[in-house]
Design a protein around this ligand. Structure first.
Ligand code: C2E
Ligand code: CA
Ligand code: CA
Length: 248
C-alpha cells in the first residue's frame, strides 16, 4: 500500500449531490479508489487497513491534492460546488490537515468552489475537546463538517451538536427502509430527520435509489440527495463533463 501511495495509485471518484427541488448539482462526495493495472479496487477492500495502520493520513493528503488539481484542470462550472472529503478522527489529532487546508485556502486555487469534510460516526473521537478546538480552526477557514453514517455508530445527538457540524448525512441503511413501515429503522429515519430539523442542521440522504424515496424525503424537508437515482461515483473526466449536462 505504501508503494501505491508513492505511485499515486489512490485517486478520487466523484459522486454528485443533487437538490431534488431544482435538479441541480450542489456538490459532491470524493470517494477514494485504488487504481491497479487492470482494475479499480473499491474502498471496502483497502480503507479498513489504511485507517487502522494510519496510512490514511498520507492517502487523504494526496487525495486532496488530486482533487484541487482536478478542479483547476477540469471544472468549468459556474455555480459554486462543495467537494466533500472523508476524514477519520485521527485527522483531528494533529495540525497537519488544518495546515494543508489553510495553505489551499490562502492560495485561492479553488476559485468559487469549496472543500468540505465528512467524519464518520463509526469511529470514536478520543479527545472531544481537542478535536473541537482543531475543528474551530478549520471552521475559521470557511470549511464545514458533515457527520457521516449518522445514527449507525458511536455518536448520539449531543455528540453531534458538540462537534459543531453543519450537516447530517442520513445513512443508506435507513433510506433502504423507506416504504417498509414495520421496520424499526423506518421509525429511526423519522427521528433523525426530526432531530436535524429541530437543531437547524442541513441533511443529505445517502444511497437513494428510487423516486419513491426521493419523494418520501422531500415531504420531510430532505432535499439534498446522493444516490444512484441521480448519479453513481464517477472518474473525474466523466463527473466534470456530466455536471453541465445534468443541469440541462
Ligand atoms: P461512505 O462515506 O458512506 O460513502 C458512501 C458509499 O455509498 C460509497 O461507497 C458510494 O458509492 C455508496 N453509494 C452512494 N449511493 C449509493 C446508492 O444509491 N446505492 C448503493 N448501493 N451505494 C451507494 P464506496 O465508494 O464504495 O465507499 C465505501 C466507503 O469507503 C465510504 O462510505 C467511506 O466510509 C470509505 N471511503 C471512501 N473514500 C474514502 C476516503 O477518501 N477516506 C476514508 N477515510 N474513507 C473513505
Ligand atoms: Ca462519506
Ligand atoms: Ca455514509
Amino acid at each position: 500500500m505504501k508503494l501505491g501511495i508513492k505511485r499515486k495509485e489512490f485517486i478520487p471518484y466523484y459522486q454528485a449531490i443533487i437538490d431534488s427541488n431544482t435538479g441541480k448539482t450542489v456538490g459532491c462526495e470524493v470517494l477514494m479508489r485504488w487504481k491497479m493495472a487492470d482494475r479499480m479496487v473499491p474502498p471496502n477492500q483497502f480503507i479498513p487497513f489504511a485507517e487502522s495502520s494510519g496510512l490514511i493520513l498520507d492517502m487523504t493528503k494526496s487525495l486532496i491534492d488530486h482533487v484541487v488539481l482536478d478542479i483547476q484542470k477540469l471544472c468549468k462550472f459556474e455555480q459554486s460546488l462543495f467537494f466533500s472529503i472523508n476524514i477519520v478522527p485521527e485527522h483531528l489529532e494533529s495540525d497537519d490537515l488544518y495546515l494543508l487546508l489553510k495553505q489551499i485556502m490562502q492560495t485561492n486555487v479553488l476559485g468559487h468552489h469549496r472543500l468540505s469534510l465528512e467524519i464518520t460516526e463509526r469511529l470514536p473521537i478520543k479527545d472531544l475537546n481537542a478535536a473541537r478546538e482543531r475543528l474551530n480552526k478549520i471552521y475559521s477557514l470557511g470549511i464545514d463538517l458533515k457527520i457521516d453514517d449518522a445514527g449507525t455508530g458511536y455518536g448520539g445527538f449531543s455528540y453531534i451538536l458538540n462537534l459543531g457540524v453543519s450537516t447530517l448525512k442520513i445513512d443508506k441503511m435507513f433510506v433502504d427502509t423507506i416504504g417498509n413501515t414495520e421496520s424499526f429503522n423506518a421509525k429511526t429515519i423519522d427521528a433523525i430527520i426530526g432531530f436535524a430539523n429541530q437543531s437547524g442542521l442541513e441533511m443529505i440522504a445517502e444511497g437513494v435509489e428510487s423516486q419513491n424515496q426521493v419523494e418520501y424525503l422531500a415531504q420531510r424537508g430532505v432535499h439534498l440527495i446522493q444516490g444512484y437515482v441521480y448519479a453513481k461515483p464517477e472518474p473525474a473526466d466523466t463527473f466534470f463533463q456530466q455536471l453541465q449536462k445534468r443541469q440541462g
